[in-house]
Ligand binder design. Sequence first.
Ligand code: MN
Length: 282
Amino acid sequence: MAAVTFNSISLLQEFYSWLFPPPNIPKYGVPLPPEPHRVIDAQEVGDRPFLIVGDIHACCDEFKDLVTEAKRRAGFEDIFIVCVGDMLNKGPKNQETIQFLRDLSAKGQLAAVRGNHEESILREYMSKTRDKEYSLPERYQYLNDFSEEDFDFLLKLPYTLRIPKINALVVHAGVVPNVDLARQKYIDLSHMRNLIYSYHVWGSSVRGNSKCDIGVGWATMWSGPQHVYFGHDARRSVQDLPHATGLDSGCLYGKQLTGVIIDASLRRQFVSVDAKQVYSPP
Ligand SMILES: [Mn+2]
């Protein structure tokens, strides 16, 4: 009886949200960037090879080592770096990382998307802005040393970056197949790992889910047309799929920081460096 009641309620809830989809707002109600979906055109990049980097989580030493190694492998001093989000938080060197990111960005050598950890930072920033008495939780104390310009840099990070030159779409967590970019939910772009398909008498539906043990990994269902580069899924680690590349190989957890180099002839080459230590228990 309880199970029947529960099922009827969840069915009603599904039907209701099918009829009245909830508004598309970012997690924690943080502000949208001025340009949620950015395009990097060919002139901006020129002839430079790309280095797309997985979740850095303030592991700045490893990030710098990866950039050096990628330049060596690509045989180019001048490369264009793209970060898939979660550049900060949880790891050891937040201040140094934001500085490095902003320096590269100011020089036109880097672009990045907003990850769920950037959203958490913006949530803390909003709380602090609204209430001067607000005291940051222990693990966000480092934000006391961030400048307005640092927060502004994070606020402006788009949810997606399209790079037509290499037929790439960069996003932190994932995209739902067969849904236009403009209609993707921000919460999916920054949090999803899996897709859950439901079939009802009124039709079928698919939705993103942040857990990776219910449903199916979204990237395995993605069939293009763009190749998606993403992070956020350290448990699945590097995913080298026909139309998607997952790059979070758990540097924070003492594993590796991984990137992929894409040269002018669209050849993809993985590059990684070992974490110098375990910064957070897996
Ligand atoms: Mn993440």
